[in-house]
Design a protein. Structure first.
Length: 118
């Protein structure tokens, strides 16, 4: 891979890291992995059809789903893409999208009682 291809790949990583995680969280909540349909719908909604879709697929799909959905344009493995994405993004690593359940009491203390119709 030449310097220009690396430059374009890094630029794409930054763009995908900026927009895709927020769109996935907005649509389906915070999760470590999403379904292929969810990732594809976000890529289509953001009009990211530039040949770097495997960046989002590798980061937000399981390895099995990635292997089925990948178009192979990047010629990088699942782990190589994930490492590249997390090295250039503001996302702080693999555990960023883990679900952390709250008890009802903790939720009330943190977020308040909530909205009521009364």
């Amino acid at each position: 891979m030449g310097w220009f291809e690396r430059f374009r790949l890094r630029r794409a990583v930054r763009r995908y890291a900026r927009y895709v995680p927020a769109a996935l969280r907005k649509g389906w909540g915070k999760s470590e992995f999403y379904t292929p349909g969810q990732v594809e719908s976000v890529l289509n909604a953001l009009k990211m059809t530039d040949g770097y879709q495997d960046l989002a697929r590798a980061v937000f799909l399981t390895e099995t789903d990635f292997l089925e959905a990948s178009d192979g344009n990047l010629n990088l493995s699942y782990d190589e893409i994930r490492d590249l994405f997390f090295s250039f993004s503001s996302v702080s690593g693999y555990g960023q999208y883990e679900h952390a359940p709250l008890s009802d009491g903790d939720a009330v203390n943190r977020y308040g009682v909530g909205w009521s119709r009364e």
